[in-house]
Structures are given as C-alpha cells and as structure tokens.
Design a protein around this ligand. Structure first.
Ligand code: FES
Length: 79
C-alpha cells in the first residue's frame, strides 16, 4: 500500500455541525483539505466518513499518518 501524501504538518481546526456527515481525505491528495474531493480514485485509499455527534471544533488530521483516522493524534510531530 502506498503512503498517503502529507497535506500539512499540523491539524486543521474545523467547526462541524451536529448530525452532518463529513468525508475526511485519507489519501492527502484532495484540493479541498481536509475533506475528500474524489482525488483518491485509482488508489488504495478511501475517505473516512463520519457523522458529527455535536456541533464543535474538531482537529482533523492533515499529515494523514494518524492512527485515529480523521482526527489528529499528534503523529505530525514525528514526521
Ligand atoms: Fe483523498 Fe478522497 S481525495 S480520500
């Protein structure tokens, strides 16, 4: 499996809305970071789809090396 592209070495703070569904880009190639724009076509990657349980600010992973798909787990500090 190829490695995901590092879109940035810091997470992106995003305000998500309760009940809304989001698709986090796992491949790193989307031009609509941190969300999927379909650029993963033809790769082994697929977006992580999640539903916001609350309206709040979340820190979405931009380095794409997180162990908790979608969310920053601090992995960018080791790149
Ligand atoms: Fe990256 Fe869809 S564009 S997962």
């Amino acid at each position: 499996m190829s490695k995901a592209t590092i879109a940035d070495k810091q997470p992106k703070a995003v305000e998500v809305e309760e009940g809304k569904t989001y698709a986090w880009c796992a491949c790193g190639d989307s031009s609509n970071q941190p969300f999927c724009d379909g650029s993963h076509g033809g790769t082994n990657f697929s977006p992580k789809v999640f539903k916001a349980e609350k309206t709040k600010t979340v820190y979405l992973c931009m380095c794409k090396q997180t162990g908790n798909p979608g969310f920053c787990d601090g992995s960018h500090k080791h790149l």
